[in-house]
Design a protein around this ligand. Structure first.
Ligand code: FE
Length: 285
C-alpha cells in the first residue's frame, strides 16, 4: 500500500472578498496555486461582525461547484430562481453552478462567531453548461464517526481506514469523485485514510497542527496552511501537541485547460467572453 507524503505547503493569506468579508485564502491565491480540480479554498473565522457582516451580495458563477461548510454561525443563501437555503453550524451546501447562478450569501447573525470554509471544485468541460443545482446538507445528515483519539465528520466520499469498514457521507456519485472529511483529533492521535490513487489530495488544519507520520523527516503542518500530498493509496497523519481540527480533501484531476475570470471558470477565452456577454444580457442562468 503506497502512502502519501507532504510535498508542498501553501500558507493562507488574508484577503477580502464579497462586500468586504475578511478571509484567509490558501489554494486559489493565483492561477499557480490551484490543485486540479480544486480551484480555491477560503476560510472565514472571526468573532468580530465587522469582518463578515457585509456578506456576499448577489453575484454570478459559471462552470464549477462551490462547497460551503460551516463550523459555527449561520448563513443564508438566496438565488435568482427563488431558492433559499439556510446554512447552519455543522452543515454544508454543495452548489453546482453549471451554466449559471446568481446568488447571495449573507450572514444571518449580527454578532458572535462565524467560522466556515468555501472551496471551489472544477467541473469537466462536458458538465460546465448543465443546469444549476444545489444540495443543502443539514448538520444531522453528516455522519460523525468516533475513532481512536477523536472523531471524523464525513461530507463527501467515505471515511475508510483500510479495515474494510467504510462510512459514506451524503455527497456521492459526482464525476470528480470528491472526498471531504473533517477530523477532530486529540494530541498525538493518529489517522489512516484511504485516498484513491491518482486523485489530488490536501490537508487543511484549521486548529492545532499535524504531521504526516510516514514522512522520513516529518515537518509540522500548522493551522491555516494547505498541505498538498504526493500520490498514493492512503495517508497517515498524527495530531500535534495541541490536537487538531483538519479538513482532508481529495478529487480526481480533470487535466483540462482552465481559463478563469473572477467567478467564471471555463476551458477557453471564448467561453469566458460568452459568459460575460450572457451575464450582461441577463441570460447567464
Ligand atoms: Fe458565490
Amino acid at each position: 500500500m503506497s502512502t502519501r507524503s507532504l510535498t508542498r505547503i501553501i500558507p493562507s493569506i488574508p484577503v477580502s472578498d464579497g462586500a468586504g468579508v475578511k478571509l484567509r485564502r490558501s489554494l486559489g491565491q493565483n492561477q499557480w496555486l490551484r490543485l486540479d480540480p480544486f480551484l480555491m479554498l477560503d476560510e472565514f473565522a472571526s468573532d468580530n461582525p465587522d469582518d463578515y457582516i457585509a456578506g456576499f451580495p448577489p453575484h454570478p458563477h459559471r462552470g464549477f461547484e462551490t462547497v460551503t461548510y460551516m463550523l459555527e454561525g449561520d448563513f443564508q443563501h438566496q438565488d435568482h430562481l427563488g431558492h433559499t437555503g439556510h446554512l447552519r453550524g455543522g452543515g454544508a451546501q454543495w452548489m453546482t453552478a453549471g451554466r449559471g447562478i446568481i446568488h447571495s450569501e449573507m450572514p444571518l447573525q449580527q454578532s458572535s462567531r462565524l467560522h466556515g470554509f468555501q472551496f471551489w471544485i472544477n467541473l469537466p468541460a462536458r458538465e460546465k453548461m448543465k443546469p444549476a443545482s444545489y444540495r443543502d446538507i443539514q448538520p444531522d445528515e453528516i455522519p460523525e464517526q468516533q475513532i481512536p483519539g477523536g472523531s471524523v465528520r464525513i461530507i463527501a466520499g467515505a471515511f475508510d481506514g483500510g479495515d474494510g469498514q467504510a462510512v459514506p457521507g451524503p455527497i456521492q456519485g459526482l464525476s470528480t469523485a470528491p472526498l471531504f472529511l473533517d477530523f477532530r483529533l486529540d494530541a498525538g492521535a493518529r489517522v489512516r485514510q484511504r485516498v484513491t490513487a491518482g486523485h489530488a489530495a490536501f490537508l487543511y488544519p484549521y486548529a492545532g497542527s499535524l504531521s504526516i507520520v510516514t514522512d522520513e523527516m516529518p515537518r509540522p503542518l500548522a493551522a491555516r496552511q494547505a498541505g498538498v500530498l504526493s500520490d498514493g493509496e492512503q495517508v497517515e497523519f498524527e495530531a500535534g501537541p495541541d490536537g487538531c481540527g483538519v479538513l482532508l480533501l481529495s478529487a480526481q484531476p480533470l487535466g483540462e485547460p482552465v481559463v478563469q475570470y473572477g467567478p467564471f471558470v471555463m476551458n477557453t477565452r471564448e467561453e469566458i467572453e460568452q459568459a460575460i456577454d450572457d451575464y450582461r444580457a441577463g441570460t447567464l442562468a
